[in-house]
Design a protein around this ligand. Structure first.
Ligand SMILES: NC(=O)c1ccc[n+]([C@@H]2O[C@H](COP(=O)([O-])OP(=O)(O)OC[C@H]3O[C@@H](n4cnc5c(N)ncnc54)[C@H](O)[C@@H]3O)[C@@H](O)[C@H]2O)c1
Length: 263
């Protein structure tokens, strides 16, 4: 019961990583407000999560909706202890073929949405004496990849925002950290799924040289979010925590450690 009595908002939580975070938070004693633009799925998700969950419709790019959701939670629960900025969208495409409109939309949801969330909860968290804000970024916030210019830029922006917010809010008792997963809901690749299959080994070999050569599950990401939300992480702020199976540690080369000077 690491989060007993805590009140949490999780964005983009109708499915995938956000839903897994809600499940883990509830298991640890928190009360969770599931938010998403997908109202039907979000409501169903909250019902499945049980009495410690409720649903609120929230487009993270809409400041008015943020104000209304935060005010409703404060009216009902009196406090907000935890915010998980998890909502995100992906775009895959070359720089030349990515329109400015698409670039702006990806940055708007992934980075501006997190900014709006931090701004919306900061006054009540400050009055409460503290809180924990967790930004779900990506391994793409720590390195670059071709075909992902908009997404990568948005996730680096989210990580920069995390560092600035951690410094600004630390003295108010608010910790701000980034989780950087390699993995999550494969459904996020939806529109590109078939094309990725066509690329064959070029995509299946991605991650094969990791220390742990697979993608993180949504629950493995959620467990790190629980740690950051809890008092176990009382001295952790402004950190970027990869949940990437050692992807960024370097490359595993099969057999290299079996070479011997005698052979
Ligand atoms: N899937 C992966 O491989 C992967 C890898 C690294 C990081 N991530 C990140 O993890 C987070 C969760 O993604 P996921 O894997 O669960 O994918 P997902 O597509 O299942 O979840 C994203 C959720 O965000 C919601 N959303 C989109 N735009 C929104 C908006 N404007 N306002 C509110 N909600 C909105 C969607 O409706 C969806 O429920 C995202 O930030 C994503 O970038 C995912």
């Amino acid at each position: 019961m690491l989060l007993k009595g805590k009140i949490a908002i999780v964005t983009g939580a109708a499915r995938g990583t956000g839903a897994a975070i809600c499940r883990r938070f509830i298991d640890e004693g928190a009360t969770v407000v599931v938010t998403d633009v997908l109202s039907e799925e979000g409501r169903t998700q909250a019902e499945e999560l049980g009495p410690q969950a409720s649903f609120a419709s929230l487009d993270v790019t809409n400041e008015t909706q943020w104000t209304s959701v935060v005010n409703d939670i404060l009216a009902t629960h009196g406090r907000i202890d935890l915010l998980v900025n998890n909502a995100g969208i992906l775009h895959i495409g070359s720089i030349v073929e990515t329109s400015m409109e698409t670039f702006r939309r990806v940055v708007d949801v992934n980075a501006s949405g997190a900014f709006a969330g931090i701004a919306a909860v900061t006054p009540s968290m400050t009055a409460l004496g503290g809180g924990s804000i967790i930004n779900i970024a990506s391994i793409d916030a720590l390195h670059g990849m071709n075909g992902l210019s908009a997404y990568t830029a948005s996730k680096w922006a989210m990580r920069g925002l995390t560092h600035a917010a951690a410094l600004e809010l630390g003295r108010s008792g608010i910790r701000v950290n980034t989780v950087c997963p390699a993995g999550g809901n494969p459904g996020m690749y939806g529109p590109w799924g078939a094309q990725l299959m066509e690329l064959g080994s070029a995509t299946t070999s991605y991650g094969a040289n990791r220390a742990i050569p697979r993608e993180a599950s949504t629950d493995e990401i959620a467990r790190v979010a629980v740690f950051l939300a809890s008092d176990l992480a009382a001295m952790v702020t402004g950190a970027d925590i990869p949940v990437d199976g050692g992807h960024l540690a370097g490359d595993y080369i099969e057999g290299f450690d079996r070479l011997s000077k005698d052979s």
